[in-house]
Structures are given as structure tokens and as C-alpha cells.
Design a binder for this molecule. Structure first.
Ligand code: MLT
Length: 408
């Protein structure tokens, strides 16, 4: 008899953003004349930077000619892109990362979800609450959690991120093996200072743990004193894996390109206490299960590192940050407290009630889609996340509709 992976039965019925999409579609069906403004899932709305389009055209021409055509590429990604990433994203900021430590992929979501495969199933995971649901869901699927009870899974060490700690979790009082951190944070928009990040790196070193550092939103950091990469912290190379994405940086949500950094010195242990390089495990996994990102997409990503590309990327980030500033201002004028939006495209609003009720109210009364905070964890209850990814006009319209609906 064929049997299922029963860990899937522990999961909530659907993935947060699929659930929201279904609710929005049902609402639109029931109210076909209502214009809905989506400030829910962080999906970008601006066109790709011009440099990418030009690179795509050139790469498409190469693919159309036998002499320059490319078949399977290197699974780890083309060296022309990995070298740019290593020098521009890391070495230029004093982080000691080389091209052979970069793994180009089709998305940070996939990498964040897949990476847990290279670790044992009976390890203790520490996960912030609230946080991007992929971290917890993929560990539940792999059997690292107990049952879901009272808003949380058993056997998981939750790291509370609340207004009291500025949405930056404190170090746990018990050991953990695999620690997820995400800064600028999804969903709270909170950032972490170098000093606080150093504490986490030291904790990981002392506990022989590994940190999975999700930096998908680093492009939005405005405050230059804040770290963009965990490798700006000394010693992090030995205990941290970092995830980056071109999705929010350059509008690649539909184009698909991201990368993961697994330093050669980052290790974990077998049951006998012998150390193994995670780089070797990840390369083994990657080459077996992944055939690389398409050549034109990697050429388009490479183009972002030219001087023109950098200017166009900055313009994109500035555009969304202007939206974020407007949302923050409007929310504060309504007398509500919020976090994020300054070094992040997400604004985390304390609605002081039930998150899903706020979600429904916002949709019904203002025709605006947000993301209910409770979907990111128990500590998210009472909050909603508003995303700055839309046109300025739509953001302005959404905020005036919310104001006029007098929901708060
Ligand atoms: C979000 O809205 O949290 C993100 O867009 C989801 C993602 O990047 O997968």
C-alpha cells in the first residue's frame, strides 16, 4: 500500500499566500465591479530595468546562433555572474566570499525551503515568530516538528519578535542547531544592527549551530551602518549560509533568479562528531536536483552590476521606498503604531485586534488586500502587513480609501 508523508497532515490546509489569493478571487467574483488594490503578497509591479532587457535581447540572439548557442550550463551558475556577485555584493563590503561559494538558483524561496534537506531530521530548529512561512512549513514537511497546537508546532524553538524587543528576537536560553534569521525582516520590516547580529554569530559558534540568514530584502537598507550580509560579521563564514534574491532587488519575481552563499568553511557534524563541509553537501544536492538557471536570465542578472544597472536598481528600490514612506505616514496619522517601511518595503501595522478580521474588513470596506499578521506566526496576531509593491497612484488611492473607511 502506497502511503503518504504524514508530516503534510500537520500543516495548515494551504500556504498563506495561496489562501489569500483564494479569498481575494472569491471576493472579486462576488463583487465584479469593485476595483481591488493589492498590497498583499510582495510581488513587484515595475518593469525590469532597461539593462536587463538589453542583456536578454543579446542573449536570445546568442541562443539563436549555432556558434554561440548554449545547452546545459554549470549547475552552480555561470562564472561571469558568480564573479560579479562575489566582488560587488560581498568583497566590496569587506565580506570574504568568493565566486565558488555562490550557488545561482531560480529563487530564494526554493533555496530556503530546500536547504534543510542537508541537515539531520532530529535537530532542534529555532524560528522567529512572526516570519516568512516557508521556513517552518518546509521543516514540518521534513518531520522536524510535532503537531500544531494552539498556533504553534511542538518541538520547535520559537523566537518571539515583538514590539518589546523591537521585532529582533533575543538569544534563546536553550541550545538550537539550525537558526533562521531574516533581515530586513519579512513581515515586520525590522532590521538588525551589527552588534546584535554579532551576538547571533557568537551564539552559533558556541552552540556548534548554523544560521540560515535570509537577506532577500537587503537592497532596501538605507542606513549604511546596518549589515547587508551576515558575512560582514567576523567569524560568520564558519556558521552561516545566506540567501539573496533578484526578485525584489530588480523585479525578477516573474523572471526567477536568486543565489545562496555556502562558504567553504561552514561545517556541520555527523553522529560521531566528525565535521563536514556544507558546501560539499549542497553541491551534491544541487547537481543532483537542479539543472541551473537559463543563460539569458543569468546574463540579465549580470547586467545589474554594471554602472547603469546599479543606477536602475537603486531607482527601483527608491520607488518602492517612497510608497513605503507614504504608507507609514498615513498609518501614523490614523493613530496606529507601525514598524518597518524605512529599510524595508513592508509596513507592520498594529491593528490591535484579530488579523484575519482586519484583512476581511480592509478588503470589504476599502477594496485593499493586505496580509494578515497571524499568517506569519502567533506573535503576528493583531497585526497586518502592508506591502509597498504597487504604483504610487495605487498606494495613494489605497491609503485614502482606508482613511475614508474609518476602520481604525
Ligand atoms: C511575501 O509577500 O512575503 C513574498 O513575496 C513571498 C515570497 O517572496 O515568496
Amino acid at each position: 500500500m502506497i502511503r503518504i508523508n504524514e508530516n503534510y497532515l500537520k500543516l495548515q490546509t494551504s500556504y498563506l499566500f495561496s489562501d489569500i489569493a483564494k479569498r481575494v478571487a472569491a471576493f472579486q467574483k462576488a463583487h465584479p465591479d469593485r476595483e481591488i488594490i493589492k498590497l498583499g503578497i510582495g510581488d513587484v509591479t515595475r518593469a525590469l530595468p532597461r539593462v536587463c532587457i538589453e542583456a536578454f535581447h543579446r542573449a536570445a540572439d546568442e541562443m539563436g546562433n549555432d556558434a554561440t548557442f548554449r545547452g546545459y550550463g554549470p549547475e552552480q551558475g555561470y562564472l561571469f555572474l558568480r564573479e560579479k556577485i562575489a566582488t560587488e555584493d560581498f568583497q566590496a563590503r569587506g565580506a570574504d566570499i568568493s565566486a565558488d561559494e555562490i550557488f545561482v538558483s531560480d529563487g530564494a524561496k526554493c533555496d530556503n525551503g530546500n536547504i534543510q534537506e542537508i541537515f539531520a531530521t532530529d535537530i532542534r530548529i529555532a524560528i522567529p515568530d512572526p516570519v516568512y512561512p516557508v521556513y517552518i512549513d518546509t521543516n514540518v514537511m521534513a518531520g522536524r516538528s510535532g503537531d500544531f497546537r494552539d498556533g504553534r508546532y511542538d518541538n520547535v524553538l520559537y523566537l518571539d519578535s515583538t514590539a518589546e524587543n523591537g521585532f529582533v528576537p533575543n538569544l534563546p536560553e536553550e541550545p538550537a542547531d539550525l537558526i533562521y534569521l531574516c533581515f530586513p525582516n519579512n513581515p515586520t520590516g525590522a532590521t538588525i544592527t551589527k552588534d546584535r547580529l554579532r551576538e547571533w554569530v557568537e551564539f552559533a559558534r558556541e552552540n556548534r549551530a548554523v544560521i540560515l540568514f535570509d537577506a532577500a530584502y537587503q537592497i532596501f537598507i538605507q542606513d549604511d551602518s546596518l549589515p547587508r550580509s551576515i558575512y560582514e560579521i567576523e567569524g560568520a563564514r564558519d556558521v552561516a549560509i545566506e540567501f539573496r534574491s533578484f526578485s525584489k532587488t530588480a523585479g525578477f519575481t516573474g523572471t526567477r533568479c536568486a543565489y545562496t552563499v555556502v562558504p567553504q568553511t561552514c561545517t556541520a557534524y555527523d553522529r560521531n562528531g566528525a565535521r563536514h563541509a556544507l558546501h560539499d553537501l549542497w553541491i551534491r544536492r544541487h547537481t543532483t536536483k537542479f539543472n541551473g538557471v537559463s543563460y539569458p536570465v543569468q546574463r540579465a542578472a549580470e547586467a545589474l552590476y554594471s554602472d547603469e544597472g546599479k543606477t536602475q536598481v537603486k531607482a527601483l528600490a527608491d520607488f518602492y521606498l517612497k510608497n513605503a514612506a507614504l504608507i507609514r505616514r498615513e498609518i501614523s496619522d490614523m493613530g496606529l503604531s507601525c514598524a518597518g517601511g524605512e529599510n524595508s518595503p513592508y509596513i507592520w501595522v498594529d491593528g490591535k485586534g484579530d488579523s484575519w478580521k482586519f484583512f476581511d474588513l480592509l478588503l470589504e470596506k476599502a477594496g485593499v488586500v493586505c496580509t494578515p499578521g497571524a499568517g506569519f506566526g502567533k506573535c503576528g496576531q493583531g497585526f497586518i502587513r502592508i506591502s509597498a509593491f504597487n504604483s504610487f497612484e495605487n498606494v495613494r488611492k489605497a491609503m485614502s480609501r482606508i482613511r475614508e473607511a474609518k476602520l481604525f
